[in-house]
Write a protein that binds this ligand. Structure first.
Ligand code: UDP
Length: 255
């Protein structure tokens, strides 16, 4: 199996944020490389316009993402790099679609830990994953509504379970900050911030119909479901992100 170094590094720079230009296959090979004995642990962030907007204005988050393989998720990032580099990404990569395709090709006995979402959701998602991918071993499921003073115990429980793959579903930016804070202590070989994946997998939240996903309108479906939480994100924050991108482009041209 290919090692991570064999995959050509190609980044799109959105200001100080580097997003890798990768196909699903490249990312799968990168993860399989991280599962090899003695390989360095890998953390993956699926970066959408919301994540990128936070990263551009928040140094702590940007620095946390420095240890991640950051890949592109959604139409906002695609528009941003076309504005900045006149070249899009090879594929759209989001956790909800990528993780099941990864699970399908993981070696037999790969140990999976699910962390995040409301009580009961991670366990239910795990049950369904193992039913669908019986070659995987679920070694832990923990909800994501623990108190700050319980965080050390949560990290210890993950490490004790010795997972190969850890999915963290705490929302952005909390999930990436959690992974960065405990990068080595978690002891997982590959870690992913996966947003609402566990809710989808446990069928607690409905996904957009396939035609909407294909038209890259999944955001509109989610907005209709959760307008209170998402309206600001999809209007003001997206506009702020695109304005920041346009400013970067103007600065680039003035050089
Ligand atoms: N979540 C959690 N603990 C928290 C806050 C959120 O486990 O303190 C979970 C929430 O239940 C959901 C996921 O994090 O399963 C958030 O996913 P989503 O992609 O909807 O959030 P976003 O990243 O868009 O803010």
């Amino acid at each position: 199996m290919s090692k991570p170094e064999q995959i050509r590094a190609d980044f799109a720079a959105i200001g100080a944020l580097n997003v890798e230009r990768m196909t699903r296959r490249d990312l799968t090979l990168r993860v399989l490389g991280a599962l090899a004995p003695a390989a360095d642990p890998l953390a993956v962030a699926f970066c959408n316009a919301h994540t990128a907007e936070i990263a551009l204005r928040d140094k702590t988050y940007r620095e946390a993402l420095g240890r991640f393989c950051v890949v592109n998720d959604g139409i906002g990032l695609e528009i941003a790099v076309r504005i900045l580099e006149r070249r899009g990404f090879p594929e759209n990569l989001n956790g909800t679609d990528f993780i099941p395709t990864l699970f399908a090709v993981l070696p037999k006995g790969t140990r999976i830990y699910l962390l995040g979402a409301a009580p009961g959701v991670a366990a239910e998602a795990g049950r369904r994953f193992v039913e669908r991918f019986p070659h995987l071993e679920l070694v832990g499921a923990q909800h994501g509504y623990f108190r700050a003073e319980e965080e050390a115990d949560v990290v210890q429980a993950v490490a004790a379970a010795k997972p190969d793959i850890l999915l963290v579903a705490l929302g952005n930016p909390a999930q990436e900050l959690f992974i960065a804070r405990h990068f080595d202590a978690l002891g997982a070989k590959a870690m992913f911030g996966v947003g609402a994946l566990l809710d989808f997998a446990a069928e607690r939240v409905a996904r957009a119909p396939v035609w909407m996903r294909k038209a890259r309108l999944e955001w509109a479906f989610r907005l209709a479901q959760e307008p209170g939480r998402l309206l600001r994100r999809y209007t003001i924050e997206t506009a702020a992100f695109l304005i920041a991108v346009l400013r970067l482009r103007v600065l680039e041209e003035a050089r």
